[in-house]
Write a protein that binds this ligand. Structure first.
Ligand SMILES: [Zn+2]
Length: 402
């Protein structure tokens, strides 16, 4: 899927080091909440209703939330002079992905808050090359490229080289996908990574008739399609009318309004001329225009849940926010010496009652100082909130190192 390129604003992350006395230190960045992100339903969730649920095999109302670890990588090779996308871009991307997945009670959580932005010293020639480098060749080569590309077995990996362009790919059974960071495109590829097929069930050209789905998924001659009954028959790769040996592609939709234009009298391969068509034009796994798409069916959400649970259970993590990002409340004199503390998005240090804080050769930062992190450029999303002095008895003392 080719999209146009654009250049986002240059972003450079940097470490926050020693302080001067701060009454309040608020880098007012309006970012989506992260670990504590509160999901809200997609505006599109009511657009498409399941037409049949014989192969939609789970009860989402009764299902519990599953939280899944993912890791974003933005890779620049020597030929790429575009800037890195900002943390905020990724924060917003993650919120959108979780919005798409909300109804399925699937939530993506960054492994170690990992936004991995790195420049590599070799060419990365698209998705096939990424797959080749991570999984094929000599053991030494695989180990080398995995270390250079920040790959590990701890999470699903979302690789991007471009903000809004380039191909996408996800391979069955693997924990990687290659995509732009366009929210729809990324969601489509993550859908593949979670085992979903295209709604038309066949990539390009006219598909074999054995793939053609009928309007009624219970018809004994219904084709395999995407293996799901509630996505609606998709004529994108079928040759319905006129029979000209070519796939119908966009013939039956209005690409501006996203409404289908196909009359019920156009027969499917089962000969049905009565049942209205229900082209899944709004489905994320279709090939219809980006602006039309915003929806996963129940069957798709169930299939993703099943795939994650059966194939990659080790990537399922607790949905509870960790205490590591809770506000730090100091109610007595406190001294932090010879070390560093990594603070989270919106985390506060609050001096209350008789609390005071002395920093002596101590770094407060939002950047990891863990040298063994798989993400060499690991950053916490957004900035910590600062030090709050709640009464005038409180103080922050800095010992200046000479
Ligand atoms: Zn696709």
């Amino acid at each position: 899927m080719c999209l146009s390129l654009y250049n986002p604003n240059f972003y450079q992350h940097r470490m926050l080091t020693f302080f001067i006395l701060i009454l309040w230190f608020s880098l007012v960045l309006v970012l989506a909440l992260f670990q504590g992100y509160c999901q809200t339903p997609s505006r599109c969730l009511t657009v498409a209703q399941a037409v049949n649920q014989t192969r939609a095999n789970c009860d989402l109302d009764a299902a519990s939330m599953i939280c899944v670890k993912i890791k974003f990588h933005f890779i620049k090779d020597p030929s790429n002079t575009a800037p890195f996308p900002s943390d905020q871009v990724y924060s917003e991307l993650l919120a959108k992905l979780n919005d798409f997945l909300y109804r399925g009670k699937i939530k993506l959580i960054l492994d170690q808050d990992c936004i991995d932005k790195r420049t590599i010293n070799f060419e990365l020639n698209g998705p096939r090359d990424l797959d080749d480098k991570l999984f094929y060749g000599s053991d030494a080569n695989i180990a080398y490229y995995r270390s250079q590309l920040g790959y590990d077995e701890n999470a699903f990996h979302v690789y991007s080289e471009f903000a809004a362009g380039g191909d996408g790919m996800a391979l069955p059974g693997k924990n990687i996908t290659y995509t732009s960071i366009n929210a729809w495109h990324c969601m489509h590829e993550v859908g593949h990574m979670f085992a979903l097929l295209h709604t038309h069930g066949w990539n390009q050209g006219v598909s074999p008739e054995s793939y053609w789905e009928c309007k009624n998924p219970l018809d004994p001659n219904d084709g395999s399609g995407d293996g799901l009954d509630d996505t609606g028959a998709d004529p994108y790769s079928q040759d319905l009318a006129p029979k000209d040996g070519k796939p119908d592609y966009y013939n039956w939709i209005n690409t501006t309004t996203c409404q289908q234009t196909i009359p019920a009298s156009v027969p499917d391969k089962c000969g049905d001329t009565q049942t209205p068509w229900n082209i899944p034009v709004d489905n994320i796994m279709s090939y219809y225009p980006e602006h039309c798409k915003c929806f996963f069916t129940t069957g798709q959400l169930c299939k993703m849940r099943e795939w994650i649970t059966l194939r990659f259970p080790q990537y399922i993590t607790s949905c509870a926010p960790t205490n590591a990002c809770a506000d730090i409340i100091l109610t007595s004199p406190t001294k932090w010496s010879n070390g560093s503390k990594t603070l989270c998005d919106k985390q506060k240090i609050i001096l209350r009652n008789n609390g005071s804080l002395t920093l002596d050769n101590y770094t407060l930062t939002r950047v990891t100082t863990n040298p063994t992190s798989p993400c060499q450029n690991l950053v916490k999303l957004a900035n910590w909130d600062g030090i709050y002095l709640e009464t005038n008895k409180n103080s922050v003392i800095l010992k200046i190192i000479q």
